[in-house]
Design a protein around this ligand. Sequence first.
Ligand code: ATP
Ligand code: MG
Length: 520
Amino acid sequence: MSSDNQGAGPEGDRRQVTVLFADLVGFTAFSERFGEEAAYKLMQRIAKLMREAVQGHGGAVRSFTGDGIMALFGVPQALEDAPLRACRAALLMQEQLAARAAEIETIYGVRPQLRIGINTGTAVVGRIDGEDGGGATALGDAINLAARLQALAQPSTIVLSAATHRLVEGMVESHFVGTREIKGKSEPQRIFQLNALRKGAVRFDAALSRGLTTYIGRDRELETLERLLAEARSGLRVIDVSGEPGIGKSRLVYEFYQRLAKTRAFALSGSCAPDGQQTPFLPFIEVVRGSFRVAVGEAEAAVTSKLEDGLKVLGMASSRNLGLLLNLLGLKPPEGSLVGLDGTLIGLKTRDLLQQLLAERCSVSPVLMMLEDLHWIDSASEELLGKVIETGERLALMIVYSRRPEYRPPWQEEHSLTPLALEPLSGAEITRVVEAHLGADNFPEELARLVAEKAEGNALFAEEIVSFLLERSLIRREAGGIDFDAAALASALPASVQSLLSAASIDSRSATERFCKLPQ
Ligand SMILES: Nc1ncnc2c1ncn2[C@@H]1O[C@H](COP(=O)(O)OP(=O)(O)OP(=O)(O)O)[C@@H](O)[C@H]1O
Ligand SMILES: [Mg+2]
């Protein structure tokens, strides 16, 4: 998806963007009381904080309204995780403002508060020459809705539209606020409040929390995984699951794990994250938590005693080992336990310790280690994994990892490795994915063909097309099946789904027309 990074053309492109509006509560009253100069000064400070939060997450501030901003994510470069980035930026803004609120209140006697609204949808994106250096801007309903959501938000809160919520669900903590009438929308809109991010969650978690539909196909891959797990009892097996975004890597690993009788292997899992390259051993933090049965947010004393006990069982108890593990989990190592070690040495010792721990654990019972999204792996984890794979051939260990094709791990020639490149699903399988998604089993043939053609064998694309069509009422669930208007549907679907998810060029004449007609 990230391959589509063309900028906005001069005539305007129709593409998916995430829009964030942030506005300072009671700014007008403030400037009446303190004068415009003081208001301007204060706003400068707050605007800087907002701008930094947006830019720090790959967004662009597109207009400054005097007491607030509009920011876009996914423009000019299409960003796959734009909705999540917007959420991160919004939370950071609230956090940063809260940190300065007391100081500002002491000076001005008012506590600054932000209302934030976020929406995701298609907008016409283009350059407006002469304005703000001629940068890309966006117009359309999706923008208007974000502005209205911001106005609905309670002070110090962040409101998400249903469309944004659907894309980040499972990756954030949020709650349903209610259904609201919104000017310009014929149907009442469901709105959600964003409260926090969930750590370590990826898009598949979002799919999981929405509820998975029936799993289709991939029998051969599941059989291969089963067979290799049996073989791993007598030696290392590494399975390299690769494929394009949305093709079904996470789902395959999940289904494999679900099918496995849990007693057959001790299972550990960890994920790499898009912004995780700076955190050494990020996926292994989760692995260590899993292997010592440490829960997220558990009290420090409880974690320490679990680590101590676990190290003892494996015959590896020492103050240094305990210190290294606590340090890895971001907790305070015991006094003196890491004395004489600098950052580099701590890294090396941690790597050796993790390797040894894994070996010891495999001698107790076979271990299945599932690592997700290796295209985002940090270098310390890559080195550790490389060492395990190079030297661990006698371990009763199965490593299953997923990666997108752009990343090629350095250990690909190792003989313990089995490549499992996921091919596109067949047209018939895509139809079944869609039927399961819709909860209907008599999907009209013509529609099935159209969706299968656009989905290019990608389950995520198929799901997105159906959501797109449902959201725009181009297909409707009727008691007797699915109702749709073939002509309207064919013209509404963009040329490729890639563009549905990121950017779409529409013919320049209609883009220009829309541009001229849209509200300011
Ligand atoms: N064989 C399948 N049958 C039904 N649904 C599927 C199948 N494969 C994938 N899906 C669904 O498609 C969506 C995308 O799949 P998944 O998250 O596994 O993709 P991925 O390859 O891991 O993508 P990424 O590289 O972005 O992590 C999920 O909602 C998943 O449940
Ligand atoms: Mg995945």
